[in-house]
Design a protein around this ligand. Structure first.
Ligand SMILES: Cc1ncc(COP(=O)(O)O)c(C=O)c1O
Length: 414
C-alpha cells in the first residue's frame, strides 16, 4: 500500500484483509482498484444515497461512477426501495413462476417497439451471451460479428482479448471489425456473411482509456445492408447506455430496429436485473435455449425495475440526466480551458468520457481523479462516467468547482 493512498485507516485495514482473501487484479476488470490506480479513488464504499457515496472512513463524495451504471434515479430512491421491500415481504425467490415476472416482462415488451418476448436475468453479461445463442439457434449459423474492443460482458467468447482459461476454439467464431469502418464490415460480410448469425452492436463505441465515437450514417447503412443481404440478426447491447440515450432504447438514436435487445445496469436502479427482448420470429429459438438458473426468479429486482421505469417516465428522468450532463460538460470544458488543459469530452452527455489529450499512460487522468477525490468528487480516471437524475444543479456546480481545482493541480505533462 502506497503512503499516498486516499484510503484512511479503515480503508487501509480493509485492503489488508481484502488482499489476503480476494484474488484481486484483472478478474474484476474495470471494477478493480488497479484499473483506477489503487489509492486514486477510495477502495471501499459503505453507503450511498442520491448522488453521493460514503467511503469506509466516513468521507462523503459526489459520485459520477453510479455503480458503473445502475444508479439511474439516485441511490436508495425511496419509491424503488419501497417497491423492492414490499415484494421482499411477500417472497424473495420463487418456487414457481412469480407474478412479478409476467409484470416486468410485459412492461418491457410493451415499451420497446418490435419486441415480442423477454427473458430476465441478473447481469448484462448473461443476456448478451444468451442473445448470441438465440441468434445462432435461429439462423443455424455460428459466426458473430462484433467491433474491435467493444465490451459485451464476461462471456469468454465475447472477450476482446484472449481470455485466460478459455479454449481457443471457443473464441474463433466471433469476428471483429473496426468501429465505423463500413467497408471492412462489407468486405467481411462478402467473405462469410451467409455463415454469420448476428452482429453484436453497442450504441456508441465507448471503451476504457479512449474517447467515445458515435456511429456514423455510412456505418449504420452498412449494418443494415449486411442484415438485408445475408439475413444476419442485429443484437443491440444496450446494457450500458439503456435509459441514458433514449427512453425507448438507444437504437432510436441510431435509427435502427434490432432483432434482439439486451438491457441491464440502470433497469433495476441498483437491483440485479437484466433482460433480453426479441422479435416474434425468434421466439422458438429462445424457447429452445438452455437458460435456467436458481436466482432468475428473484422477485424484488423485478418490482424494482417496474418502479424504476415508472418513476423514470413520470419524472422525465432522461431530461434531468441530460440537463445535468450538459451542465457538467460545459463546466468541465470551461474549467479545462481556463487552466490550460487540452481535453476531449465525448459520448452521450449522461455517460460521458473525459480524456486528457496526449496522456497515453493516463497519468494526468489519474492525477485529476485523485485531486478531485481528495476534494470530494469521484470521477473515474479511465472509464466513462455516469449521471443520475439525483444530480441536481447545485451538485453539478459543486463538482465543476472541485474539477476546476483538480485541473489546476494537475500537471500539463511533459
Ligand atoms: C456494453 C456492455 N455490455 C455488457 C456488459 C456486461 O454487463 P454486466 O457487467 O452487468 O454483466 C457491460 C458492462 O459493463 C457493458 O458495458
Amino acid at each position: 500500500m502506497s503512503d499516498d493512498t486516499i484510503d484512511g485507516a479503515r480503508g487501509q485495514a480493509l485492503w489488508a484483509r481484502a488482499d489476503r482473501v480476494l484474488p484481486g487484479g484483472g478478474v474484476y476488470l474495470s471494477r478493480s482498484a488497479d484499473a483506477a490506480g489503487r489509492g486514486t479513488l477510495p477502495g471501499f464504499i459503505v453507503g450511498a444515497e442520491g448522488c453521493r457515496v460514503t467511503d469506509a472512513d466516513g468521507r462523503s463524495y459526489l459520485d459520477f461512477l453510479c455503480a458503473n451504471g445502475p444508479n439511474l434515479l439516485g441511490y436508495c430512491h425511496p419509491e424503488i426501495e419501497d417497491a423492492a421491500r414490499r415484494q421482499a415481504a411477500l417472497m424473495t425467490s420463487a418456487s414457481l413462476f412469480p407474478e412479478a415476472l409476467v409484470d416486468v416482462v410485459e412492461m418491457l415488451v410493451d415499451r420497446f417497439d418490435g419486441m415480442d418476448w423477454g427473458l430476465v436475468s441478473k447481469n448484462g453479461s448473461e443476456v448478451v451471451a444468451l442473445g448470441i445463442r438465440v441468434a445462432r439457434q435461429a439462423r443455424q449459423r455460428s459466426l458473430v460479428i462484433g467491433f474491435t474492443k467493444a465490451y459485451h460482458g464476461n462471456d469468454p467468447e465475447l472477450a476482446f482479448a484472449p481470455a485466460p482459461g478459455v479454449a481457443t476454439e471457443r473464441t474463433r467464431d466471433v469476428l471483429r471489425v473496426p468501429w465505423n469502418d463500413a467497408s471492412a464490415l462489407l468486405d467481411l460480410a462478402q467473405e462469410c456473411g451467409d455463415r454469420v448469425a448476428a452482429i453484436a452492436l453497442n450504441p456508441v463505441d465507448q471503451n476504457a482509456f479512449e474517447p467515445t465515437n458515435s456511429a456514423n450514417p455510412d456505418f449504420i447503412a452498412a449494418i443494415e445492408q449486411v442484415r438485408d443481404a445475408y439475413g444476419v440478426l442485429l443484437l443491440l447491447d444496450d446494457v450500458r447506455h439503456g435509459f441514458r440515450m433514449h427512453p425507448l432504447g438507444s437504437h432510436q438514436v441510431l435509427g435502427i430496429k434490432p432483432d434482439l435487445l439486451a438491457l441491464g445496469k440502470a433497469l433495476g436502479n441498483g437491483y440485479s436485473i437484466s433482460a433480453l427482448l426479441g422479435t416474434e420470429d425468434l421466439r422458438d429459438a429462445a424457447r429452445a435455449n438452455l437458460y435456467t438458473s436458481t436466482y432468475m426468479f428473484e422477485t424484488p429486482p423485478m418490482r424494482a425495475a417496474i418502479a424504476t421505469v415508472e418513476v423514470y417516465d413520470r419524472d422525465d428522468a432522461l431530461g434531468t440526466l441530460t440537463a445535468a450532463g450538459t451542465r457538467l460538460r460545459e463546466g468541465l470544458l470551461a474549467a479545462a480551458e481556463a487552466t490550460g488543459h487540452a481535453i476531449s469530452y465525448t459520448g452521450p452527455v449522461a455517460a460521458p468520457m473525459m480524456r486528457f489529450v496526449d496522456d497515453p499512460g493516463a497519468d494526468r487522468q489519474r492525477s485529476f481523479a485523485r485531486h478531485a477525490a481528495d476534494r470530494g468528487a469521484l470521477f473515474h480516471p479511465v472509464l466513462n462516467w455516469f449521471l443520475s437524475a439525483a444530480h441536481v444543479d447545485s451538485d453539478i456546480d459543486e463538482a465543476i468547482a472541485i474539477a476546476a481545482e483538480a485541473f489546476r493541480l494537475t500537471s500539463h505533462g511533459a
